[in-house]
Ligand binder design. Structure first.
Ligand SMILES: [Zn+2]
Length: 423
């Protein structure tokens, strides 16, 4: 145990002393766009492999589909146990309109203690901190009985199959005994679970007529039919879930935390279904003079713990059937709510390391958004997310605070050491 302490002390010291290098690494990574779509990670993947190799460690590239580049590196070659996985995605949402940014989205510059640029929060900040921690731990691999693997994946923002899922199916090296992910949880929080991402597409059908005949053909107008479904879909937000015993205290405390930090919206969303009407399309004519034959609506439904996507689908389908029996219904993504027990070793060790590094016990939380941990959890691999502040995630003028990068690097390094050196 005293050996773990002394190694940890040396590792933390290196992180502090090499902070400039951490910042330069973050700037460089943020300056390499990996917008998804299209989600091309060729350049960044190559850079990460080269960086790891420049530290005397080995790394492999896997490209299951053109431009969908994954990078995997482990400190031990043999099947050493316990085996912690550090999992991070390289892609991010598009920067959008340049005019909504007050600086170039891929400048990666350093201003007021922040590295600025698209993807800084979600999740190149957490990725950089964890990578930095990993390469420093590479200097101490002889102290470890267990194994440590880091994986960088594409195709996360699109919930596609060519990143984490492909690696878990095809590369045994990433199937560890626990996983730590650097998604933005906020440095005072530790995400141990998440709501479901349930995406559906509804399609209403009409019949193409001349628009002037709408007085007697309105019932065949696909857009009008879809409009009448919107209030029905909105009613799903009345559905709430009942959390299992082991999460009740966590969720009650989290609700209080949301309220006390002025995030009533978070408190309201935690235990109930939320809806986003993400995209609608209908009609084919350039002019509005044809009754539309078809209308499609894409809906993002977030399902709380205690309900399943199937429960919500059942309610929705039966309510829709009451008004229109001919609505086509397609599930485009279905990940049920999922979590890791607060009693798991990886949770306890991360909590202890956050407390050691920040001086504060973290708030355990159920995340309102997704991560790739469900793909591990369905294989029985427990995991948590610990990364920098989630604000301003997905917005323009994104940045990550340098102090938070240092904190995340120490927490990932400290947790990894406790996990692979302890018993
Ligand atoms: Zn993310």
């Amino acid at each position: 145990l005293s050996n773990i302490k002394s190694v940890k002390k040396k590792v933390f010291k290196q992180i502090d002393e090499r902070k400039e290098e951490l910042v330069r690494l973050g700037s460089k990574i943020i300056s390499m766009p990996t917008e998804n779509p299209p989600g091309d990670t060729t350049e960044l993947g190559k850079f990460l492999k080269d960086y790891i190799e420049s530290k005397g460690l080995s790394a492999n590239i896997y490209e299951p589909k053109k431009s969908m580049v994954n990078v995997v590196s482990s400190l031990k070659r043999e099947n050493a146990q316990p085996h912690l996985i550090l999992n991070h995605h390289m892609d991010h949402f598009p920067a959008g309109e340049r005019s909504s940014w007050s600086f170039p989205p891929y400048c990666g510059d350093v201003v007021d203690g922040k590295i600025r640029g698209k993807g800084a929060t979600d999740m190149k900040g957490g990725l950089t901190a964890s990578l930095f921690a990993y390469t420093i731990l590479g200097n101490f691999d002889e102290e470890m009985t267990g194994n440590l693997t880091i994986m960088f994946v594409p195709d996360e923002e699109s919930a596609g199959p060519w990143g984490t899922r492909w690696l878990l199916d095809n590369v045994p090296e990433v199937r560890g005994s626990a996983v730590l992910n650097g998604e933005p949880s906020g440095i005072d929080n530790l995400a141990i679970g998440q709501k479901a991402c349930f995406f559906i597409r509804l399609r209403t059908l009409g019949a193409a007529f001349h628009g002037s005949t709408s007085a007697w053909t309105m019932k065949d107008n696909a857009i009008a039919k879809m409009s009448s479904l919107i209030p029905i879909i909105q009613m799903l937000t009345r559905l709430t879930g009942e959390a299992p015993q082991e999460l009740r205290e966590v969720m009650a405390t989290q609700k209080e935390w949301f309220r006390s930090s002025d995030q009533q919206g978070g408190a309201d969303s935690l235990e109930r279904v939320t809806i986003n009407f993400g995209k609608i399309k209908g009609g084919t004519s350039a002019l509005p003079n044809v009754v539309p034959e078809m209308c499609e609506l894409d809906v993002d439904i977030r399902v709380p713990i205690g309900l399943t996507s199937r429960d919500v689908a059942r309610v929705l389908q039966s309510e829709i059937a009451k008004v229109d029996r001919n609505v086509e219904y397609e599930v485009t993504q279905e990940i049920d709510p999922n979590w890791t027990s607060p009693n798991e070793k990886i949770v306890k060790l991360t909590v202890a390391n956050v407390e050691e590094v920040t001086g504060k016990k973290p708030q355990l939380e159920i995340s309102l958004w997704g991560s790739e941990l469900p793909y591990f959890r369905v294989r029985g691999i427990p995991g948590v997310c610990y990364g920098p502040s989630p604000v301003p995630m997905g917005m323009s003028n994104e940045y990550v605070k340098i102090d938070e990068l240092v904190t995340v690097a120490k927490v990932h390094a400290g947790t990894a050491l406790d996990y692979v050196m302890g018993n």
